[in-house]
Design a protein around this ligand. Structure first.
Ligand code: PBG
Length: 310
């Protein structure tokens, strides 16, 4: 009766990994309970999301290695895995499901970085932004509702917003990964999209220092000014203070990405007997709501929805 915070299925965004082929379910070893699905399987998962009351899915491709290149050009191929998955979900579910798509080059580059690199491997901000614009446009064209740049280049929100306006997609939203930290919690995701083994070095020249909070507010302010409809803080639980501050400072929809390492820790903890899995995951999810989130990207979305639906 006196509970202040309520978590509902409306708060859940379900990240899904797309792989090539048909009829394929390929389990991700470092993410127990999570699989890569071929396009037909993604459409089935989208139907499952609708039945569970989950309003939105987030798509990430595991690009076949032959299509990864130095310049990540597969990212803006209108017939790539991502675009085919978007269309299949739209065909299967119409407008009953929101489709959020990842804008970044790491699933497409042979070096695993989110952008184009110079000969020393340094990620080139402005050259990358031009490619991200092309990538966002093919996704919008395929039917994405929300494009979500996760690359952390400066200036990309404005460039993508202008391109969407000028190319007939004024209603496609931008959810910006505005405060994304150079985190050790992304390991299983990199396995899932197949970029982990390729990545040389780290992403510290563009992702944030975990020690910084004020900088996160500056990053978020810039992305809102450039036209972001909503912003994300990532990872989740270690950055609840940033979520709180962002919500207080800007009053915009703030989302948390409970990332792969966070999911894997809950599963490993439960398997090791430290507590009840369902109780552990629900406690963490409600914390995001308490901190001010409008929703959470979580691999636990279908499990949480089943628990919430009783
Ligand atoms: C990269 C991207 C990453 C995640 C989402 N988009 C990993 C990275 O920055 O290396 C991580 C998500 C997760 O760990 O669940 N564009």
């Amino acid at each position: 009766m006196q509970r202040e915070t309520v978590l509902t299925t409306d708060d859940l965004i379900w990240p899904l990994f797309v792989t090539q082929g048909s009829g394929v379910e390929d389990p991700v070893k470092s993410l127990p309970g999570v699989s890569r699905w071929s396009v037909d399987g993604i459409a089935q998962r989208a139907r499952e999301a609708v039945e569970l009351g989950i309003p939105c899915i987030a798509l990430f491709p595991n690009t076949p290695s032959g299509k990864r290149s130095e310049d990540g050009a597969e990212a803006f191929n209108p017939d790539n895995l991502m675009c085919r998955a978007i269309k299949a979900v739209r065909d299967a579910c119409g407008t009953d499901i929101g489709i959020l798509t990842d804008v970044a080059l790491d699933p497409y580059t042979s070096h695993g970085q989110d952008g184009l690199v110079d000969e020393t491997g340094y990620v080139l901000n402005d050259d990358t932004v031009a490619v991200l614009v092309d990538q966002a446009l093919v996704q919008a064209e395929a039917g994405a509702d929300i494009v979500a740049p996760s690359d952390m280049m400066d200036g990309r929100v404005k460039a993508i917003r202008m391109a969407l306006e000028m190319n007939g997609h004024p209603n496609v939203q931008i959810m910006s990964y505005a405060a994304k930290y150079a985190s050790a919690f992304y390991g299983p995701f990199r396995d899932a999209v197949g970029s982990g083994g390729l990545l040389k070095g780290d992403k510290k020249s563009y992702q944030m220092d975990p020690a910084n909070g004020d900088e996160a507010l500056r990053e978020i302010a810039l992305d809102i000014a450039e036209g972001a409809d909503s912003v994300m803080v990532k990872p989740g639980l270690a950055y609840l203070d940033v979520i709180w501050r962002a919500k207080q400072a800007f009053g915009v929809p703030v989302y948390a990405y409970q990332v792969s390492g966070e999911y894997a820790l809950i599963e490993a903890g439960a398997a090791a007997g430290i507590g009840d899995r369902d109780a552990l995951l629900m406690e963490k999810l409600v914390a995001f709501k308490r901190a001010g989130c409008s929703g959470v990207l979580t691999y636990h979305a279908p499990v949480a929805a089943r628990l919430l639906n009783g």
